[in-house]
Each structure stands twice: as C-alpha cells, then as structure tokens.
Design a protein around this ligand. Structure first.
Ligand SMILES: [Zn+2]
Length: 177
C-alpha cells in the first residue's frame, strides 16, 4: 500500500491527481467513483473491502471509513444514489476513499487525529475531515480542469453539486495553493 501523510492542500491535490492518473482519467471530466471503489481500491489497498449496509445500521451517517480495517461502510440508499450519479452521494464516497488513502501509516495516529478533532486546536490541514473533503473535491472536480467554466457546467460535466463547483471556483479565484 502507498502511504501518504498529507499536510497541505497542495499535497492533497497531488495525491488526487495521482489517483486520477492511475485509472487513466487525468484529463477526463467525469470521475466514475463507484467503479473506482469497486475495481481500483482493492488493487491499491491490500485487503480493502466495502460493505453496503442497511440504512438503519448506519444511523446518522451516509457512509464511514474504518482505516484500521481498510474498510468503508456505505448506506444502501447512498450507494444506490451514487450508482445513479447523485452528486452528493458521489462526494460522500470520494470523501470516505480520501480517509483511507490519506490515513497515516500508523492507524493509531489516525485515531489520535480524530480524537483531537476539535476546531479550536487543529489547523485545517491537520483535520482529517477537512483533508477528506479537500481530497473528494480535487478528485471529482480538479481545479486545473474546472478553471474557466461556469458552476452549472461543472455540475453537469463533473457530477458534483453546485456547492462543490463554487468551492472549487472560489479556490481558483483566491489563488489557493
Ligand atoms: Zn469524514
């Protein structure tokens, strides 16, 4: 398994691009996240499994990553929505994939991160939730590919929500690195 320990947006962007290259989608707009989950994740993470579970078995969550077990659990309804190209469900799955790919080498240290996950004490790039969101946005709608497009076109062609499209455009506008 390739182990990453990202600390910045720049590194997360690099990893997302690496992942796209891995599946030959470096310049494609639409990233097939369910195909990636099913076909590619088992190839790049040893022992990777994902489980589609009944909605009531995952209360309060659409999906969750368990890096210690190389596992992702996804609610049935979220999985089906992602298969049907629903932007939010696609983002959820990309976010959980991010948790696994960005997890630290030592599982304990991921847990330690999560435990310390309090806004007051963590800078954004140390927060695993920030990292996973950043990864998902960069995987589904890379800034380098969406530049110059309208939010509506990004939504249609990249399969992300308008919100994510606007976040990506905002980063470009700010020159965020
Ligand atoms: Zn998360």
């Amino acid at each position: 398994m390739i182990i990453y320990n990202p600390t910045s947006r720049k590194e997360i962007r690099f990893i997302a691009r690496h992942v796209r290259r891995l599946v030959g989608l470096d310049t494609e707009r639409y990233f097939h996240v369910v195909d990636f989950l099913e076909q590619t994740m088992p190839r790049i993470i040893k022992g990777f499994v994902y489980d589609v579970v009944e909605d009531e078995d995952l209360p309060g969550k659409y999906a969750q990553a368990i890096p210690e077990e190389n596992r992702i659990e996804i609610r049935q309804s979220t999985y089906e929505a992602a298969v049907a190209d629903d932007p939010r469900a696609r983002f959820t799955i990309a976010h959980e994939i991010g948790h696994l790919l960005l997890a630290d080498e030592v599982p304990d240290s991921y847990v330690a991160y999560a435990r310390r996950n309090r806004k007051a004490s963590l800078r954004p790039f140390e927060d695993p939730e920030w990292q996973a969101n950043e990864f998902a946005a960069e995987l589904l709608a890379p800034c380098r590919l969406v530049a110059g497009m309208t939010d509506k076109r990004i939504k249609e062609e990249f399969g992300v929500s308008l919100e994510v499209a606007r976040i990506q455009l905002g980063k470009i506008e700010r020159g965020a690195q």
